[in-house]
Every structure is written in structure tokens, then in C-alpha cells.
Write a protein that binds this ligand. Sequence first.
Ligand SMILES: Cc1ncc(C[n+]2csc(CCOP(=O)(O)OP(=O)(O)O)c2C)c(N)n1
Ligand SMILES: [Mg+2]
Length: 742
Amino acid sequence: MATTKTDPKLHAAEDKKSKTYSGLTRQQLIDAYRTMYTSRRVDDREILLKRQQKIFFQISGAGHEAIGVAAAFCLKPGYDWFYPYYRDRALVLALGATPYEMLLQAVGAADDPSSGGRQMPSHWAYNRLNIVTQSSPTGTQILQAVGCAEAGVYLRNHPNSTKKAQGDYREFKDVTFRGDEVTYVSLGDGTTSEGEFWEALNTAANKKLPIVFVVEDNEYAISVPIEVQTAGGNISRLVSGFPNFHFEEVDGTDPVVSYAAMKRAVDYARAGKGPAFVHAHVIRPYSHSLSDDERLYRPDTERQRDAARDPITRMQMFLIREGILDENGINKLEKQVEDDMQAAVDRALEAKFPTPESITSFVYSPNLDPTSAQFDRPAVFAQPAEQPAGADGKKPAAPLPKTMAELINSTLRDEMKRDERIVIFGEDVADCSREDYLSKKMVKGKGGVFKLTAGLQAAFGSDRVFNSPIAEANIVGRATGMATRGLKPVVEIQFFDYIWPAMMQLRDELPVIRWRSNNAFSSPLVIRVAIGGYLTGGALYHSQCGESIFTHIPGLRVVFPSNALDAAGLLRTAIRCDDPVLFLEHKRLYRETYGRSHYPGSEFLIPFGKARIVQPGTDLTVITYGAVVPRALQAAQKLEREQGVKVELIDLRTLNPFDWGTIAASIAKTNRALVAYEDSLSWGYGAEIAARIADKLFPHLDAPVRRVAAMDVYVAYQPILEDAILPQANDLYRGMKELAEY
Ligand SMILES: Cc1ncc(C[n+]2csc(CCOP(=O)(O)OP(=O)(O)O)c2C)c(N)n1
Ligand SMILES: [Mg+2]
């Protein structure tokens, strides 16, 4: 039967078809349901596979599907940036990951695009979608997401910095920015208890960053209920005082209202108005993970109340009620999902596993080796200009050699000039945060408590050199996010003694990003840290060492120069290389007379893993680094004067990697070895060196391997105590003498 446009029945049908739900079309709602249902079915299949022992872990996204698909509708994969947590399966599927890819991670396949079999399932990483590698520690993603958002803003303001350059990390780091991209980060309600969460909100608010925080509140953190985690039981209430935010609190099991809330949040952030916070109330129907049985702490009544809000069944009923799909349509859709899933499972179960030989790939950059000849470039000292004689007929004195502090400052300055991707931040590193004081020349500026960054803000601007809050995790976490995007943060930790708030970032995140993502992501950056004692009055919170804790971390380069020239050459290598570097600067050496140098030029590079023989000798090898070097040299010179013993003194310069070749060659010649270090004796850095010498060089040894180090206590304030605690030239002299006489 022919119909005309005036047919009222048809009109009604067309009206219904074009009806939207908070802007979502009927087709979008069908797509949403497909993704939500797929997500739930991947969980169900993984649970089955786990019971069949074909996979080894399972954590579900069940109950969180609606807010996930709603978020995906508002964001753009491969354009925006994503730091989703493990319950975000539906979001990640909606952004473009496939069930097959997820199952590859579950079986631990070599081709698992997220981690190559290195991480548990639901630890998302999809390079093509800008879904950044995620880990298991709850909350570590939040500050990184802040850094990622900051990087986007920086790149927009410094578009030239994205250019590739030969000869350093930039050659291997594709950098993209869109100008109006938004960073998404999600977390559970329990995770809002962590300090890093609050540090992240603080910085996002302060800098008005384009980031959307999504808290998926299922009212439990494993077995701990919301009222124990969150004072008053509602996180929205607690965060409501942060300025510059757009806030939403929403039923996260309802895709339509979730979409509306997410849309307002994302629009606000994308418009550059500031960050947004979406508090989504969801449910957790499948216990915390397969290792948890929630019946142990949740009665049936409570679980049934949740079940009534299950987003999958609710969505089904909604589609039927609105006439978007009938039962037949739902069945067809679900059958299609099941069939596709079966094919994905079959394929995933046939996937190849990674080989044990691959384990060590991507601990460090496969592209750029900081131990290679590429990072070995000679010093070029400026020829002092011929100075005209003064009125008195005398020529002015030649310029004095520079301190380590001065050469580090000059190196930072030259590198910042060369590479616009470098940003410097940390506590007190700026000249003056209140810029007008500087520009009006009302103040001179600070530039670091040790003045290492003095003048850099004035020279390069306040978006390249700036102060951070007193929050070390904030510094390292944000820097990690920036470096993931391709910036090169060179951040400062003011005192080694205060590095510990950053420890989760330093142990579980920064050095692991490349390895755990199977090289899909990397975060090369530099953390400069003022370290060490011999200060007279530094006491236990301004004098500690502890480098072995960091050399124990695979993926982190650790550098510890003993003189100005080495500091310059090694810092340049640290900045240009493609790995994360912990650059330890001894405070006592900053302005020491020992080891000063003229500036070695802007291309001077010292490779990592190459020790320096401070003085050659034949009778005894002393292996050391840092502030013990000048003390050991003094002791060795005395021993030679008094006893004629010729000590070969080795300054390791870099602790990871370290120069085993130079150590072995020396001991093959001297047959005696002493390892000296400023950190406390037991479990210290020298323990590993001593063990290796005992293991590998036993046939060469004429005496036991000895160590001279600090006492196994903290550094005390009273100078008499400090002297007794830290290894002094006399202790080193005694140790060397005894070993020579053995
Ligand atoms: C820093 C840290 N502490 C403890 C754990 C162990 N753990 C894993 S998930 C979890 C609960 C997280 O709860 P919530 O943030 O509410 O997220 P949900 O799992 O409920 O979605 C805990 C304690 C961890 N992964 N990381
Ligand atoms: Mg929770």
C-alpha cells in the first residue's frame, strides 16, 4: 500500500525512530548494549577459562559497563588520552579494543598487544587508541594522567617541540597533540583514599587542566565498604571544594544519564574551562575478583539490591520498553556476540606464548644504548680569549674552573636551548613563581635550594621551569605522564631523604612502563636528586644515601658523579638517552674545590657504564663513587707515601649499569679489592660488587674482598657523631693498609 507523507501513523513511527535520548540515537543505544553485553560475556568467558585453568587470573568489569560506554561516546580513541582502571572493560571495548585482544592478555600470549604476556588481564594498553599502559597498584595512574594532560597543553603552546631530531631520544618518540584533547582517568571508590588522588585533583584544579576524573563507586574496595574509606560515605561531598572543576554525580548503571553527565564533563574539559569530576554509582556483581567471595562479607539482601540495578538487564528492558529492539532483536544481537566470542576464544587458545628468551627485552630502550660510542664525545674547552692588558700593564687572571653546581646549571641551560621538550619542575626550582616580581626586577630569584636551576625560569619561561607542590609522588607521577607523551622532564627531588613519597611511582611505574607494555609505551626522563652527607649538621633527614634501593630496580639507570666534569657529561647523556635516569648529585660535592672544571662544551657526553680510573696502581684495587672518591684518593696517596703501596682507584660514575670490565681487569692485575661507599654497610651497593668479585674473580684474589662503608645507623647531627658514622679518609686508609698487608 502506497503511503503519503501526511499519513499520521507513519509520522508517529518516524518521530519515534528519530527520537534521541539525551542526544543518543536509537542506533547508538543498540551499539551501547552490544558493547555492554560483549563486555559482560568476556568476563563470563574468562571466568570459565580460569576455572578450566586456561587462564591464570580474572577481574571483571561487571556492573561498570554503562558508565564505560557512555564515556566512550564522548571521547575519541587515538585523539584523547586514556588512563582507565581494570574495571573499564566496556570503555576499552567501546574505544576499539576487541575481545580477542583482551583474551590474548588473559592467556598470556606473545601477541597480547597490551603486554606481550607480561601483565594480568584487564591491564589495558593499546597504543593505537592512546590507552596508556596500566598497572595493578591502585591510584598510580592518576598523577600520570595529570602529567599527560599537562603535556597536551605544553605541546599546544610549543608546537615546534614535537619535531623529531637525530641523535637523541626524540628520534624514537612520536609526539602527537590535537590542541583540544582530553585526558580520561578512572579509579574505584576505595582508591580515592590514596594521597596521590588528592595530589592529582589539586594540580588539575590549580592548572585548570583538560582532564576528566571518573570515580566508579561500587561501594566496596574488596571487602572494605565505602563508609570506612570515605569520611561521610560520599566522595562528591569531599571534593566539592576544589576550584575550577565541573562536578557530576550520576547513576553509572544507566547509560543515558551517564552519557549526559559525561558529555557535560568532557565538553567542559575540552573547552579548556578546567577539569571535570564524574562520580558514577555502579555495582559489583561478581565479587572483587575470582580470588574473592563477597558472600563472606555481603549478605544476600544487599547483593540482591545491587542485582536489581544490573546495567545489562536494565538496558535490555529499556530497549524493549522504548521499542528500540524487541525480544527477537535482543536475542539476535546476543547470539551474534556469542558467536564472535566463541571464535575469539578459539583463536586466543591457539595463540603462541612468549619465549623465555624474550624476558629481558625492553627493560631498557632497544633503540638507544647510553653505553654506546654515540654517547662518547670529547670535551671542547673554550679557548680563553686573549685578554688585553689592563692600565697597570698586567693581564687579568684566567677564569677559574667551575664547580659541579655551576656545570650542572650550564648543562641544563644548554640542553634546554637545544631541546624544547625539556621541562624542569620540582620544589623551589623556579626563580620566582610570582613572575612579576622577577620581571619588575624586584627580586633576584631562587632557582633551587642549592641554586642548581638558578636563572633557568628567567631564561626559558615559566611553563618550562616551574615549582611543584611539596609532593614527591606528584613530581615523579606527573613527569612520568609527560614523558609518556614525549616531553623530557628533568625534575628535581630536593633531598634524597624525601624521595620516599614517590616510591610507588619510582618502583612500580616509571621504570616498568616500557617492559610491562612490551615496548608499546616508554617514559624516558631524568630525576635529579641531591644526596649524601659529610655536611656537618645535615643530620638524618638531609644526609642519607640509599642508592642500592634504586639500583635494585630493573629499568632505572642510576648515575652518581664525583666531580664537575663527569656531572656535566653524564647529565647530558641522561637527558639525551631513551631511559629513565636517577641522577644522584652529592651535596657536599656541589661546591667542593676537588674536581672543578671548565665548561666542557655543549656536546660533551660520557657514556653510562664506563668507570674512570682516578689513579692507576698495581697493588690493590679500590672501587668507589660519589663523595668517597676524594676521600679514597687522599687515603691512597697517603698509603703510597708512607708504605709505597700503589692503589688503583676506580670511580664507577654510573651504578646501573656499572663497568664490570674495568673492575675485572684491575683485579686481575692487583689481586686485591676493596669496595667503598658512603651508604650504610649492610645490604649496600658494595655488597653486590663484592659478591660478584668473589663469584667471578675468585682465582685472581690473594685476599678477601673488603668493604668500607658507613655504620648501620642513620647520619647524626653532632659532627663528632657524623664523622664516626660516615667512612672517612682514615677509615679508608686503614682498610686499604690492612688489605695490602693481608
Ligand atoms: C596500592 C595498592 N594497595 C592494595 C592493592 C590491592 N587491591 C587491589 S584492588 C583493591 C581495592 C580497590 O577498590 P576500589 O578502588 O574501590 O576499586 P574496585 O575494585 O572496587 O573497582 C585493593 C585493595 C593494590 N592493587 N594497590
Ligand atoms: Mg570499589
